[in-house]
Design a protein around this ligand. Structure first.
Ligand code: PGA
Length: 255
């Protein structure tokens, strides 16, 4: 089955690609990231962690191995990191990114950036990270089942810059699948803010599975509210959402 492009005249900055399954979603997302990287040597790529982009990163590694992609001049900025956590901890997002992508391609270590989960002063680490972020050409995002992007959790207001986050019980529960028990999930994180994310020139959101279908519908078919942080993306001029059929199953106003 071919990937299906859905649009909505009310939101001209947003395109949905509905793909058959996770594998097709990952390939489509990699084609978008790879295509954009090929246009510009010193590409600035915003990256996300979580299980959804793993297939995308595998595809990018495959493209690198096939000689189609070169990471030599690429610079990356990740959305978030747990706090407190050391880079060597196999649960850290630093570790995840090296495991899934950075150690498998020719990116330079000095060109990869994540918030410092081991900084003694987390507020200062957030300020320093925010100041270090270059204009991002393309930001990869997932979405939480509660509608979060990065670790911008549902709240009463949108928080603009990189900041310290208290993870919600919902996110601790969702992420406990990566840990031996929920007790081991760090309760805080350092996350790019909504403003940081919205500054990216383009955004690619990858979404997979039925457990994301409500969050996806609320983000793109409901009001723009901080209780659904991803809904802010309706205001961005260049968003591509690549989803599998299950995640798109509740979308009705896109054709
Ligand atoms: P997941 O996380 O890909 O592991 O579902 C997505 C997110 O929380 O942004």
């Amino acid at each position: 089955m071919k990937n299906e492009l859905l649009t909505n005249p009310l939101l001209p900055g947003i395109r949905f690609w509905v793909c058959e399954d996770y594998y097709a979603m990952s390939r489509k997302a990699a084609a978008i990231v790879g295509g954009a990287m090929q246009q510009k040597n010193d590409f600035v790529l915003g990256l996300a962690t979580g299980s959804t982009p793993v297939g995308l990163y595998q595809e990018l590694v495959g493209m690198y191995e096939a000689g189609v992609l070169d990471f030599d001049k690429v610079r990356t900025f990740n959305l978030d990191e747990y706090y407190p956590i050391s880079r060597e901890d196999c649960q850290s997002y630093y570790y995840f990114m090296f495991d899934k992508l950075f150690s498998r391609v020719n990116i330079k270590k000095e060109n990869v950036h994540l918030p410092d989960g081991s900084a003694p002063d987390p507020e200062a680490a957030c300020k320093q990270y925010e100041a270090s972020i270059e204009p991002v050409d393309l930001q990869v995002l997932g979405i939480g089942s509660n509608g979060h992007i990065g670790f911008n959790e549902p709240s009463d207001s949108f928080i603009y810059p990189t900041h310290v986050v208290n993870l919600t019980a919902n996110t601790v529960k969702d992420n406990s699948r990566f840990f031996e028990s929920a007790d081991q999930v760090p309760r805080k994180a350092l996350s790019m803010g909504i403003g940081t994310i919205m500054r990216a020139k383009s955004i690619l959101m990858v979404v997979s599975g039925r457990n994301k279908s409500t969050a996806l519908r609320e983000a793109f078919e409901g009001g723009i509210v901080p209780q659904v942080p991803a809904s802010i993306l309706q205001l961005h001029p260049n968003v591509t959402v690549v989803t599998d059929r299950e995640a798109a199953s509740q979308i009705v106003s896109w054709t």
